[in-house]
Design a protein around this ligand. Structure first.
Ligand SMILES: [Zn+2]
Length: 403
């Protein structure tokens, strides 16, 4: 089994003989005498592509044998042509070489090891076993990009035993036998089985995206090359949309959002105050009563309904107050009393009005999923009435409350 991707990472097309093909769990499992398809490993995802006219969806190495998962069968003994999805593979090479460069620099400056590496669709994450500050990371990014733009030659090879023995290289584990080394002059020396670009210039750029504390160290998200540029465009698009929405310059959107949040807070406070005034006015217009009273409001949420019910009870304008607010498909309710245990009635009304919810002896709340007509009929039957109007000076109509 010849691994063509080791010496020829730029090979996009190759010919090979089908050694075996068996039906797998999903599709087929094909083994060739040689392959340029990279099997998942060392943090780098597997290649995809076409082999003898059928799609290759995954590639794995099992006990030293590279197994291609294909959508269709291939005749054993046939010579087939393999084509790698090159754009995807090259993006992996950019990400992988970029990761080595950054890991090597962080190792040199801080002594930390790369203890986890994942190449995702949208970002590459690297875990380091020590803490770094963001501005320190920016200096690493600057140094990495300087090395990229100097276009240094990257070498991936199996050094002879004596050369390897004298070499100081990064490695996840103790290695024996042939060790493949990937070297970026002045940047990094690391044991690796992945595919890399020939020149640092092909990485294009590295850009750190985020950093979080993770398992006593940090998890850094980054992108290289074309994916970094695509990410830039995605973010530029977001900023552009926000800047248009807020009529703010792109580099002033954060201030504009802060201002908007502050205005929103002030509006919320003003709305709260207006609700308090509304609740006070509603309650004021009601006569003192020892009856079971129902109030039907619009646009009152649970909190406002509770405030309304409390106010009515404080001013003794009902024995039991049922405050309702229309919502789509039903009504929010709050039922309360200062003298009665409202739980049995709340439970009974839930049963009659397809309700959900509950509460304490003094107050229960929830939702009735029912129509107004049925609601009014049942409440009348249960002895509820609309509020009696206060008849003193300035008394106004209460017709809007009528059941
Ligand atoms: Zn590697």
């Amino acid at each position: 089994m010849e691994k063509l991707y080791y010496d020829s990472p730029y090979m996009k097309e190759f010919e090979a003989k089908v050694v075996s093909c068996i039906k797998g769990k999903k599709g087929y499992e094909v083994v060739l005498d040689r392959t340029a398809f990279y099997p998942e490993g060392g943090g780098q995802p597997a290649d995809t592509g076409v082999l003898g006219g059928v799609r290759v969806t995954d590639v794995h190495e099992r006990d030293g044998v590279i197994v291609h998962s294909t959508e269709g069968p291939l005749p054993e003994g046939d010579t087939v042509t393999g084509t790698i999805d090159w754009e995807r593979r090259f993006a992996h090479m950019q990400q992988h070489s970029g990761e080595h460069l950054v890991s090597g620099l962080i190792h040199r400056h801080f002594g930390y090891d790369n203890v986890g590496f994942h190449m995702g669709e949208n970002e590459v994450t690297i875990d380091f076993n020590g803490l770094i500050e963001w501005d320190e990371l920016m200096r690493i990014e600057e140094e990495a990009n300087a090395i990229i733009w100097e276009n240094r030659e990257i070498r991936a090879y199996f050094p002879p035993a004596d050369e390897l023995a004298a070499m100081d290289y990064r490695s996840k584990k103790e290695l024996t036998g042939d060790v493949r080394i990937v070297r970026i002059p002045g940047g990094d020396t690391c044991a690796c089985c992945g595919t890399h670009v020939r020149l640092t210039g092909e990485i294009g750029l590295v850009k750190f995206i985020s950093m979080i504390h993770y398992k006593g160290g940090v998890r850094i998200a980054m992108l290289s090359g074309k994916k970094a540029v695509a990410d830039y465009e995605k973010r530029r698009g977001q900023v552009h949309r926000i800047s248009t929405e807020l009529s703010a310059k792109p580099d002033e959107v954060a201030e504009a959002v802060e201002k908007l949040k502050q205005e929103n807070g002030e509006l919320s406070a003003r709305i709260s105050a207006l609700y308090q005034e509304l609740i006070a006015e509603r309650t004021e217009r009601m006569a003192v009563s020892d009856k079971n009273i129902v109030l039907i409001e619009q646009e009152f949420d649970g909190l406002r309904l509770r405030q309304l019910a409390n106010r009515v009870l404080e001013e003794k304008k009902a024995k039991i107050i049922l405050a309702l607010s229309g919502i789509k498909g039903g009504f929010l309710y709050v039922i309360g009393s200062q003298s009665e245990d409202v739980r049995p009635l709340a439970k009974e009304l839930n049963g009659l009005l397809n309700g959900r919810g509950g509460g304490s002896m003094q107050m229960a709340q929830g939702t009735y999923y029912t129509e107004r007509k049925l609601l009014c009929a049942i409440l009348k039957e249960k002895g509820f009435s609309g509020p009696e109007p206060y008849t003193g000076t300035g008394a106004q109509s209460l017709s809007s409350y009528a059941l």
